[in-house]
Design a protein. Sequence first.
Lengths: 467, 233
Amino acid sequence: MKRIFLAAFLISLFLLSGCSDSDQYLYDNDDAIALQIHAEMVVSYEIDSAHVRADTVSSRDTMIFIGEINPDRQAHYREYYWTLDGKDFSSDMNFMKSVTKAGHHEICFVVIDFYGDTLRDTLQLLVTNPPIVEPQGFIPAIGSQGLSPKEGITFAWHGFDPDSISKVYYRFEIREPKGLAYTYDIHQNFYTASYSILDTLIETPYFTYWDNPNFYHRLENLKFYTWEVRAVNEFGLESDTVVQGNFFTKGNRNEGGIQAFIRFSNESLYDSYSRNGKIHLDILDSLSNPVVEREMGLDTNQVVVSPLKPGKYRIIASLPKLTDFSPDTAEVVILPGEIAIADTLRLLDTIPPSNKYLTPEGLFQDIDTLDFKDTLRFYFDEYGGNFYHNFFWNGQELRGATYYQERFSNDDRTADTIFLMLPKSYKSWTYQLLSINAYDYSGNLNSKTYVIRPSLERPELKGGEDE
Amino acid sequence: MDFGLQHRVPVFKRVRLLSAMAAAFLFCACLDIPDTPEPKNTASYVVIYAVQKGSTDSISLKIHPETPATLKAEVHPKGLESELDFGWYRDSLLGTGESFKIPAYTDNADIPNKLIVKDGEENFISVDFEVTVNSPPAFTEDFSPAQGDTLYGTTRTSFAFSWKAEDSEDATLDYILELDTAHYHVGSLEKVQQSGLHPGIHIFQVIVKDSEGDTDTLPLVKFYVIDTLEAKK
């Protein structure tokens, strides 16, 4: 009995093994798929940044890490993950992350394939923080007087690499400004028109300028200069902060000078050049004798006049061509060897643009009631720079295609003639209002309203309505 | 038959008793744990110190040449010193004992750079080291403004500050200028001009550091600023 049972068991085992296609579980080199992986990264939010495998970035940069598995079929791999310096970093194929710790990092894309083999692709990332320069606490202090290029002018500031891993360089510049670093009230930009005297890259946070007759640009006596330092590390990352200072060079014992700042109520004048004329500067001594007379471009809001003998002076600034601006005066005392800083000269325009109606014959008419015409002519004059205007038809501003205007300026742009062409659809049997606002760039407003007489017959009322 | 059985039972009991006694004996024999062996007196590591003017330096082993110094070896675990031999070497044996005295102005060739510590069983520990002999920088008397000087000018006048330090080993020294409460790292500059000083008493001090980290401090200088130029207006 036992023997029969054993024989039956063996037969059924044989049959079972015959039914299963065990060959397919055997390794066949032809069926093997070579899995390929690839990792790369890109600095996010930068449209033109390239996909790279090694990079130097700031700790504030966010990186996008991209992993690729080919063929990308779940059946061919068991799992994938990313490591940062051997520690878990992410379990996503692609992800966005910052690496904030400064230094060199290895970011590894790890894939375990179907057979349990491990494939790796490693990215190299160097993270640095930008170098730092302290924008305060430097030598020479702002406004230092009497520095002599021949005796050497020393500059020192505090700069360093916060990570202590990269070398720091300093871009050192000396400039002669036409305008002092100055913030527009409206645009909040720096006004830094200036000439470069020295522009150099140094390795130390200190520097001595020595006069050299071979220099193309040299520091002159009794002048005003600005200097600026930016730190750059060896990977090209620039400091967020800048050292910005200024100083005056030395003069003889019996010489001095005056520094004056000029500001206009119309700041758009800084951008205008020849057409609006020049700033006229008069310097008078204590007996009101003229000592210096100078003309400067409107783009100059700072001027140093030297050498002058020590004593008391009066400085007058005006804009001869822009008569809306009142001249301004400042008193100043020059001490031996120093440049006296005068109070800021403020040239103010308080006069709004004028607005007159021009007849078709070209005659001015100071009237406020006009007939409706296809073309109305208005004459504006303004002696304080440019102006702008708005037309309002019955309280609605005329914009775009609802009307047409042409503007003709005279040569020095102190007056404009504006042709206002009104569409026929504006004709009406009622009185209408045309308001004109004219502003100058000093903020002065001239608002004038004209009454336009009816231009159509009053329509006949339908029968009985009048009664 | 029953008798026979009754007779055999006590025989088995005796055998079991004997077996139990033998097992107990063997167990007791196993419990006879041998004594803890005597600990071996071997040193695991040696630390070398440089001692000079009461201060101890085990990191950079830096000494100043003008003052006698002593190199000391400290063996760990402690308490083995008396059983060990210490040999201080530089090419050849320069001295023995736990410490090695370095007189002032000793030539570098006479300062050891290797210590070999041996016990009685020919075990030894060898330690290589390098003693740094560095002269600290020292300020000269050449500085300006001098103690109690009076300077005349306005807050915009640039006053000159100068100093000088010497160091036999370093050509370039690093200075920090302290002007009242402000600190300026001025690098190797030995003269600067600074403005912004209001009328009154001011303090000027400079700290110098050489490449080995040795420092010297200029004695605190007090000076006065008088605004005579403003008064002339």
